[in-house]
Design a binder for this molecule. Structure first.
Ligand SMILES: [Mg+2]
Length: 127
């Protein structure tokens, strides 16, 4: 299972990548929405973890592009933010996020949420 991690914070990106790889996931990273969008045109992934607050193209803008793309619109997306406001979460779900996690979070919470999304992908693929 391939996961794209998009976050402008290098320390965070590296940490999440390590946590996911430890569990056996294949991980690619991007540091902003533009880089992630370009990467997705070349290499499809099974799901994406998007930081909301990023310079240039932020997580919501990237999510909108993903949901508007025929090849990518079904991809599960988990949004990450440090803003714990209810408004943001509502906005996230309305934009088409499958799940939402507020930073900071425990690694096992992240893995539990990822597992739910992974199960949904496997079910859809009929494995
Ligand atoms: Mg950020």
């Amino acid at each position: 299972m391939k996961i794209l991690v998009v976050d402008d914070d290098k320390t965070f990106r590296t940490m999440v990548k390590a946590v996911l790889e430890e569990e056996g996931y294949e991980v690619t990273t991007a540091e902003n929405g533009v880089e992630a969008w370009e990467g997705l045109q070349e290499n499809k992934v099974d799901m994406a973890i998007l930081d909301v607050n990023m310079p240039g193209m932020d997580g919501f803008q990237l999510l909108r592009k993903i949901r508007g793309d025929n090849n990518l619109k079904e991809m599960p997306v988990l949004m990450l933010t440090i803003r714990a406001f209810a408004d943001d979460q509502v906005h996230g779900y309305e934009s088409g996020a499958d799940d939402y996690l507020t930073k900071p979070f425990a690694n096992d919470i992240l893995l539990a949420r990822i597992k739910v999304l992974a199960r949904r992908i496997l079910k859809r693929n009929g494995d």
